[in-house]
Write a protein that binds this ligand. Structure first.
Ligand SMILES: Cc1cc2nc3c(=O)[nH]c(=O)nc-3n(C[C@H](O)[C@H](O)[C@H](O)COP(=O)(O)OP(=O)(O)OC[C@H]3O[C@@H](n4cnc5c(N)ncnc54)[C@H](O)[C@@H]3O)c2cc1C
Ligand SMILES: *[C@@H]1O[C@H](CO)[C@@H](O)[C@H](O)[C@H]1NC(C)=O
Ligand SMILES: *[C@@H]1O[C@H](CO)[C@@H](O)[C@H](O)[C@H]1NC(C)=O
Ligand SMILES: *[C@@H]1O[C@H](CO)[C@@H](O)[C@H](O)[C@H]1NC(C)=O
Ligand SMILES: *[C@@H]1O[C@H](CO)[C@@H](O)[C@H](O)[C@H]1NC(C)=O
Ligand SMILES: *[C@@H]1O[C@H](CO)[C@@H](O)[C@H](O)[C@H]1NC(C)=O
Length: 648
């Protein structure tokens, strides 16, 4: 049923791409040199770079272009955009395979006669007959991938991320120095600009300023309480991306750089469009869901050689889209040089497995003919752990006055963002993602000695992802959260396996959190211990809020989650194990040594045992990089382009 039917390709192409700006369309549709599947953090920069090098490149993307949708461009809509049905893919994952344990998380989602239900949002007992779905993991099916709907945060990777890959592969081009000098500074920063939140926005809200200054005080950098507000402005000049010695291990209180230009999101999607508009030979085919990679199994080397892909055309085909339902029009296209898969951590292993590349036993159990046995594909999955402390004030944060977060006509913050220039904070609250500053700490169990706790403060009620999480996070203006992101986690026990042979079905995704994951040398305990430290640091910051009570009187707050009664390390640990989540899933097609049977890719991103096939996205990392992952993905995307262009 999924075997591609050859259609009149040129006609289909013209119909689908007419809405997309482009100058040079291939005269010979069979003449694409490279096909890139997926336009996100991994595929977008790569396809752009190949085209800029003069190669005829076809970029296939399941979603469409939402660049003129304000949800994607207004930084203040970073939560709302993840709920946009035209963009979102609702993936469901398991943190624990023991369902009773998984259901201790109030974010656990059930299906009740087609309606979603969570106790955190719907607020009552689980109705009888509810079917368990798992934990919501937001993804984006849109031009630019998750970069078009993410939280915009830009933190450069740590040196240890790259030196580790250099160690594994013996390839010195992975050295941290080369990665930074060549791929970050010369390539990525050619097209990616960043801006921090303007400190004067936050300094206007006294309650918010007191919370943030409290965070700085907890880190030991508290300004003189007599000039806390100007002191905050100075503190927020410090970038987490350095400009000082020993950046990776330096604790501090940091501003948060965002992927924006003049207060609007600008990133991968815009670089792709610019590449097309500048006349480079890049063809973008939106609304095209790739179902299979085709191979020549008769090549002279004896290795299967990727020749192209089969796809379905139509809007919202993947069942993770809330608008899905259609079955699409089948087609296929070939590449004279290579196929590069950039579907992301979940979809890349799914697509390769459906094409006959992956663990032989798993493929055989679905009667998929095995072209290449790659036992490591779809395992080694890693993610961060994130956990909040949420507080409630009896009155509003004034910074959010007039912000309805819904793009309706009464959204005064949108009017301000649209009508004002990007100077002196005039664009207001929507020129920030709401998380203006973070405490950076090296926990006592940091495996690399790098900063591994990033603790953000912002006037939201953020408790992780669940259906309507955005509505919940901003439904009042009275909450403040310190929210921890734990980096350099040591759990490598996540898996992505097939659920069926229908490419439009979501795969089975298991993270195997904490004691159900990597435990051999106490890694689970180390991860948990650092998160317990983070909760205590967050509480310390909340205490320091009161340092400024005399000079800057405001209302007091109450801690809602985890709550005043959760105090012992064991109780805090239980709260974390029940509630933690992640959103930087990676590492399901890891690069590794040639003699490592669990490695999926060689040092040049080639899928082992094949020809003409590479993977370039979040799945390529052997270990989860840095603190925020998109910078590292942009860098490997540029590195892969070099490898391909130089013939490696
Ligand atoms: C809510 C949220 C907030 C985040 N915030 C941040 C942040 O602030 N900072 C940060 O650094 N990181 C953040 N991230 C993570 C970051 O955005 C992702 O890790 C990154 O975008 C992953 O890149 P990728 O190329 O692997 O996949 P993606 O960006 O997901 O791109 C994959 C693309 O492939 C397409 N695709 C998949 N399968 C197919 C197929 N079969 N055929 C055709 N197309 C296909 C998809 O539609 C998608 O466009 C966030 C993630 C989420 C979900
Ligand atoms: C933005 O997203 C919301 C869902 O969060 C949706 O209701 C709204 O229609 C979207 N706006 C646009 C312009 O598409
Ligand atoms: C839970 O709340 C959401 C949002 O209001 C609603 O759409 C959904 O139907 C509710 N679930 C059930 C089972 O009532
Ligand atoms: C690389 O290997 C060397 C020698 O084994 C080791 O000392 C070093 O810590 C390793 N570096 C990383 C980043 O793993
Ligand atoms: C495989 O290659 C051989 C020799 O080049 C050729 O004779 C044969 O027809 C090919 N088979 C297929 C299926 O293409
Ligand atoms: C703390 O109080 C809440 C609300 O009463 C309760 O649900 C929770 O079990 C308590 N936790 C502990 C560790 O006592």
């Amino acid at each position: 049923m999924w075997t591609g039917v050859l259609v009149a390709f040129a006609a289909a192409l013209a119909a689908v791409t007419s809405a997309f700006p482009q100058r040079r369309q291939s005269d010979d549709p069979s003449g694409y040199e490279y096909i890139v599947v997926g336009s996100g953090a991994g595929g977008g920069p790569l396809a752009s770079r190949l085209a800029r090098a003069g190669f005829k490149t076809l970029l296939l993307e399941a979603g469409d272009d939402q660049g003129s949708n304000l949800n994607t461009s207004v930084p203040g809509y970073q939560a709302v955009v993840t709920q946009d049905p035209k963009i979102r893919w609702d993936m469901y994952v398991n943190h624990y395979q023991d369902i009773a344990r998984a259901q201790l998380d109030p974010k656990f989602v059930y299906d009740v006669d087609g309606a979603v239900f969570t106790t955190i949002y719907n607020g009552t007992d689980v109705p009888a007959g509810a079917t368990p779905k798992g934990i919501l993991y937001p993804r984006a099916g849109v031009l630019g991938g998750c970069v078009s709907h993410n939280a915009l945060i830009w933190i450069e990777p740590h040196d240890s991320d790259w030196n580790n890959i250099q160690n594994l592969t013996g390839d010195s081009s992975w050295s941290a120095e080369n990665m930074r000098d060549t791929y970050l500074n010369k390539r990525v920063y050619q097209w990616q600009s960043t801006e921090p939140t303007d400190p004067t926005i936050v300094a206007r809200d006294v309650k918010l300023a007191k919370h943030l200054v409290g965070g700085a005080a907890e880190i030991g950098l508290g300004p003189n309480p007599l000039n806390a507000l100007t002191g905050l402005g100075e503190l927020l000049l410090v970038s987490p991306n350095g400009g000082y010695a020993d950046r990776d291990s330096t604790e501090g209180f940091f501003q948060i750089p965002l992927i924006m230009t003049n207060g609007a999101r600008k990133s991968v999607r815009d670089w792709i469009v610019e590449t097309v508009n500048d006349g480079y030979p890049l063809t973008v085919m939106p609304n095209t869901f790739v179902t299979k990679i085709t191979f020549d199994t008769n090549s002279t080397s004896g290795k299967p050689r990727a020749t192209g892909v089969e796809y379905l055309q139509g809007q919202y085909l993947y069942t993770a889209s809330p608008l899905s339902g259609g079955s699409g029009t089948p087609g296929s296209v070939s590449a004279t040089r290579e196929v590069i898969v950039s579907g992301g951590t979940y979809n890349t292993p799914q697509l390769l497995k459906l094409s006959g590349v992956g663990p032989a036993d798993e493929l055989e159990s679905f009667d998929i003919p095995v072209l290449v046995d790659l036992p490591g594909l779809g395992s080694n999955m890693q993610d961060r752990y994130e956990i909040p402390i949420n507080t409630y004030h009896p009155d509003d944060f004034t910074i959010l006055d007039g912000c309805t977060f819904d793009l309706k006509s009464d959204d005064k913050c949108l009017t301000q963002w649209e009508n004002n220039p990007y100077v002196l904070a005039q664009k207001g609250a929507y020129a920030t993602n709401g998380l203006a500053a973070a405490m950076g700490k090296v926990s006592s169990t940091s495996p690399t000695g790098d900063v591994d706790l990033f603790i953000f403060g912002g006037p939201v009620n953020f408790q992780g992802y669940f259906p309507q999480w955005s509505d919940d996070a901003v439904k009042d203006h009275q909450h403040f959260s310190w929210y921890t992101l734990k980096a350099h986690t040591q759990n490598k026990a996540g898996t992505v396996t097939l659920r069926s042979t229908n490419p439009l079905d979501q795969p089975d995704i298991n993270f195997n959190y904490f004691d159900t994951g990597t435990t051999a040398s106490g890694e689970d305990e180390a991860d948990l211990a650092s998160l317990v430290e983070a909760v205590k640091i967050s509480r310390g910051a909340l205490q320091h809020f009161h340092d400024y009570d005399l000079l800057l009187p405001t209302t007091d707050f109450t801690e809602e989650e985890p709550g005043k009664n959760v105090t012992s390390d064991a109780d805090i640990g239980d709260y974390i194990k029940q509630r933690a989540w992640g959103h930087h899933a990676c590492c399901t097609a890891p690069i590794g040594a040639d003699d490592d049977p669990s490695a999926v890719l060689d040092t040049n991103f080639r899928v082992k045992g094949t020809e003409g096939l590479r993977v370039v996205d979040a799945s390529v990392f052997p270990r989860i990089p840095g603190i925020f992952i998109q910078s590292a993905i942009f860098m490997i995307s540029e590195k892969a382009a070099d490898a391909i262009i130089n013939g490696s």
